[in-house]
Design a protein around this ligand. Structure first.
Ligand code: NOJ
Length: 551
């Protein structure tokens, strides 16, 4: 396998331009502000930024309702500012990925406006229509409790249109070759402007076509077409798919021979990671890792803790979901859509620094590529008075200046959290930069170490027996090097016995502290784990401390 696959050892940072940094004082973040903060991100050590949608949009769904794919939302700047940003990122060796929202548009998009007005227009067939209300109209809503139907009558068109999400986001008709051509054109446009790939929104819904009676069928072959187009235009560009699916479907997304999408978010592991953090039992997590092990060699998992949506626990059993709710989001106001928790990571873990480090250490050592959420490196909180998912999309907290240094505006458009344990007065980048023990500086160090341990991104893993369900040990192998990571999810110390195997496995040197472990005569390590402790070891002793695979 060629070593050029940059996404195998990347550290991805996700952010929304609007809530990151405001340079012109209008109360909303913009590209110029983001460009000014690139040194901060570079210092943190991330290697790739994933931008939430920034195109022109009424922003009724945080920009996922696009009304012009070829224009930057004027509140964020111009296309010129965007290209300045991609250029500045490139200067620092940081890649840029962006959301590609192709399942639907805003109802304000000229395509939809033209389609509804004129049945003869070529745009009519860009969307999915029905003369009568399909019997499936109350099925498949993505936002239950907020969204009542997937088919809404448009009075102008005199027909019903299909919308998997909110009624102001009509689904595009992917069966129409002209729509496919538009999607390729959008990809091609942004590739020319310097992006390294796309986080493809809502892929399972994007690729489904209409079957009889309004039932939908996935068309996986499309994925290969997109990949080919992308790699023809720019060899190292990738797609990272948002597809919250059952493990047996993964191969359809990656392709048997790795000929479809390069990356997928590992939602399966994500839900069981939170289950493990909530219950202290790592077995369902270990099982999820096994269940998602199989993938083509060039494919990669994106691992994450929290993202910009709710923590979706829909693929756990009722009992498991209730356990996570009880531990991390017991109040109804903390839950959303009957399936998830809408809080940020730090309040979910009660602001406990030990648990935050444990969660992050797990994120950085699970097989795959880690994706961080802006502000989580500071331990930012949420504002539950805001509706739906907005509570965890507040402004980045830069300093103790008014509005957390996010904007000069007296009344920011993007809410700023002030007061209380998570307010900017307590949690902000400026203070944490100057404090060697801060979470920010800890995160910077762990990212540095993650980048020095390519075995985690590239290697094969094995779950090692620890004899204690509260402790997860993984062995990662790549090109004759071995790394072992151990995590204690319990609030109590644990003594474990670990058999790593191999000659080098007798000598484990801790990568994060100065201790190391020698196996006994039977090849068994006796390791004491602190409450919520995490250890990263390289096998082979001190001589291998700075070793990295080079063959
Ligand atoms: C998934 C995105 O993550 C979410 O924020 C959005 O609302 C839907 N797709 C619709 O685009």
């Amino acid at each position: 396998m060629i070593k050029d696959l940059w996404y195998k050892n990347a550290v991805i940072y996700s952010l929304d331009v609007g809530s990151f940094m405001d340079s012109n004082g209008d109360g909303m973040g913009d590209f110029e502000g983001l460009s000014r903060r690139l040194d901060y991100l570079h210092g943190l050590g991330i290697t790739c930024i994933w931008l939430a949608p920034f195109q022109k949009s009424p922003r009724r769904d945080h920009g996922y309702d696009i009304s012009d794919h070829y224009m930057v939302d004027p509140r964020f700047g111009t296309l010129g500012d965007f290209v300045d940003f991609t250029h500045e990122a490139k200067q620092r060796g940081i890649r840029v990925m962006m959301d590609l929202v192709a399942n639907h548009t805003s109802d304000q998009h000229p395509w939809f406006q033209e389609a509804r007005r004129n049945p003869e227009s070529r745009f009519r067939d860009f969307y999915v229509w029905s003369d009568t209300r399909p019997e499936t109209h109350d099925e498949g809503m993505v936002f239950p409790g907020v969204q009542e139907t997937t088919w809404t009558r448009d009075p102008v068109a005199g027909q019903y249109y299909f919308h998997r999400f909110y009624e102001f986001m009509p689904d595009l008709n992917i069966e129409n070759p002209a729509v496919m051509a538009e999607i390729r054109k959008i990809m091609g446009f942004y590739l020319e402007l310097g992006v390294s790939g796309f986080r493809m929104d809502a892929v399972p819904f994007l690729i489904e076509t209409q079957g009889a009676k309004g039932r939908h069928r996935p068309q996986y072959a499309m994925l290969r077409e997109w990949r080919e187009f992308l790699q023809w235009r720019r060899g190292d560009a990738i797609v990272l798919a948002e597809a919250n699916v059952e493990p047996r479907q993964n191969v359809q997304y990656f392709g048997d021979d790795g000929d479809r999408l390069q990356m997928m978010f590992n939602f399966w592991v994500n839900q069981r990671l939170f289950l493990a953090l909530a219950t202290g039992d790592t077995r369902p997590l270990a099982k999820a890792l096994e269940q998602t092990r199989e993938r083509p060699a060039n494919a990669q998992w994106a691992q994450f803790l929290r993202n910009h949506d709710e923590l979706d626990l829909g693929r756990l059993t009722d009992e498991q979901r209730q356990a996570v709710f009880a531990a991390m989001g017991p109040e109804p106001s903390m839950q959303l859509y009957g399936r998830g928790i809408r809080r940020r990571l730090a309040p979910m873990l009660h602001g406990d620094r030990r648990r935050l480090e444990l969660a992050y250490s797990l994120l950085f050592t699970l097989p795959g590529t880690p994706v961080l959420r802006y502000g989580d490196e500071l331990g930012m909180g949420d504002d539950l008075s805001l509706p739906e998912r907005d509570c965890a999309r507040t402004a980045m907290q830069w300093s103790t200046e008014p509005q957390g240094g996010f904007t000069r505006a007296a009344r920011p458009v993007v809410p700023v959290i002030s007061g209380g344990p998570y307010g900017y007065e307590e949690i902000n980048a400026a203070d944490q930069r100057r404090d060697p023990g801060s979470l920010l500086n800890w995160t910077e160090r762990i990212i540095r170490m993650r980048k020095e341990v390519p075995e985690l991104g590239w290697g094969d893993f094995k779950v090692l027996d620890t004899g204690n369900p509260g402790v997860l040990a993984l062995r990662h192998d790549w090109r004759n090097n071995t790394v072992v990571t151990v995590h204690n999810l319990l609030d109590e110390p644990a003594e474990i016995q670990l058999r790593v195997g191999g000659e080098r496995g007798r000598d484990l040197v801790n990568l994060l502290t100065t201790d190391h472990s020698q196996a006994n005569g039977r090849g068994v390590h006796r390791i004491i784990m602190e409450p919520y402790g995490y250890h990263w070891y390289r096998a082979g002793g001190l001589g291998y401390l700075l070793e990295r695979s080079s063959q």
